[in-house]
Structure formats: structure tokens, C-alpha cells
Write a protein that binds this ligand. Structure first.
Ligand SMILES: [Zn+2]
Length: 194
């Protein structure tokens, strides 16, 4: 048991920190707190463990992380607002992000049994690859990949189409497992302007 924290950072802030979405000054403040607070450090570690072992993700680009179902259940239970889109292989979905959403997730169903390495490629409507998450964790994936796009990028995104491709990578060759089409509409309130 850790000593209780008098000024806990809170799950929402920890999620933003882990996802590298904080402004540098806020990030420094969180890091300074974590250095001296075992309780909040424990909270962050349990969150990261639930997320499937990806500690930090890249600050650049639209891709943030592939997480587990347990992570989703935890953050929803703690009161974060999660907008979910479930898509079947070959399926398409209309998507957006609302001002009150904390996280947006895409739940991509797929047959993943027996596949050693799976990559997730984010492509534009013409199929050109923009970004890739390599070697995503699929053990215990329950036949789905839960993909977490960067909320800030989504809020700023114009209307457009993204194609997400799950690829099996075997002996240096790639095989398309499934493709999912996301037809994005900007937030009803319009892109946030800072
Ligand atoms: Zn604390």
C-alpha cells in the first residue's frame, strides 16, 4: 500500500500524460509530482499495465496507442467519457469527436489467432500509408484490436476518409488481414481553436 496522496493527479490527467497530450509545462508539473508521490506513480503504472504494456507513445502523428479492453473498462469506470466505434473487417463507420469526449477508440474486430506479428497501418483514402504502429500486442486480444487515435488530432481534423489496415507480417512479407474505413466528420462544435 502506498501512502495516500493529498493532491492526487487524477486519472484524466494521468491518461493525458501517458498519451503525451499535455502542454510541456503541465507535463513537467506531472513529472515532478510523480517523482515524489508513490501513490500517483502506482496509479500510473496500473493504468499502463492495463493498457497492454505500451508505456509512452509518440508525440507526433495521429496514432497513439493500441490498448486492451481492460483499459477501456477501467477508464470508463473512473468516469472518463469514451466514444467507441466498433467496426467489422471490411466495414466502414461515420465518426466524429464531441467536445465532451475524453477519449475516442476504434474497436477493430479481426481473427488474430496464431498470428505472430500484427501491424496497424493508417492510410489516406487513396491507400497511401501515413503512419504505422508496429508489432501491436494481440495476445489476449479477444478477436479485436482497440486503437486509440490522438484526440487533439481528431479535434483538428477536417472531414475526410481514413483507411485502417491490419497487416500480418510473416518472414518479411505482409499480408492484409482486414481493412476498416473511417469517414470522419468534424466535431459538431467545430474544430477547437486555441
Ligand atoms: Zn500524488
Amino acid at each position: 500500500m502506498s501512502a495516500a496522496c493529498g493532491t492526487p493527479l487524477g486519472l484524466s490527467l494521468l491518461v493525458d500524460y501517458w498519451l503525451a497530450e499535455l502542454a510541456p509545462a503541465d507535463e513537467e508539473r506531472v513529472e515532478a509530482h510523480l517523482l515524489g508521490c508513490a501513490s500517483c506513480g502506482y496509479e500510473l503504472r496500473s493504468l499502463v499495465n492495463l493498457a497492454g504494456g505500451i508505456r509512452r507513445v509518440t508525440r507526433k502523428g495521429a496514432v497513439r496507442a493500441v490498448v486492451t479492453r481492460a483499459f477501456l473498462e477501467r477508464v470508463a469506470a473512473d468516469g472518463l467519457r469514451v466514444r467507441e466505434y466498433r467496426v467489422a473487417p471490411g466495414g466502414s463507420v461515420q465518426c466524429t469527436v464531441a467536445p465532451e469526449d475524453d477519449l475516442v477508440v476504434a474497436r477493430l474486430s479481426a481473427g488474430l489467432e496464431g498470428i505472430g506479428r500484427v501491424d496497424l497501418a493508417i492510410c489516406d483514402d487513396s491507400g497511401r500509408e501515413r503512419e504505422r504502429v508496429r508489432d501491436i500486442p494481440v495476445s489476449g486480444a479477444h478477436g479485436e484490436v482497440v486503437f486509440l487515435p490522438r484526440t487533439a488530432s481528431l479535434r483538428a481534423a477536417p472531414a475526410g476518409v481514413d483507411r485502417l489496415k491490419l497487416l500480418a507480417v510473416e518472414q518479411g512479407a505482409e499480408r492484409l488481414l482486414a481493412e476498416y474505413i473511417f469517414v470522419h466528420t468534424p466535431s459538431p462544435a467545430g474544430p477547437a481553436r486555441g
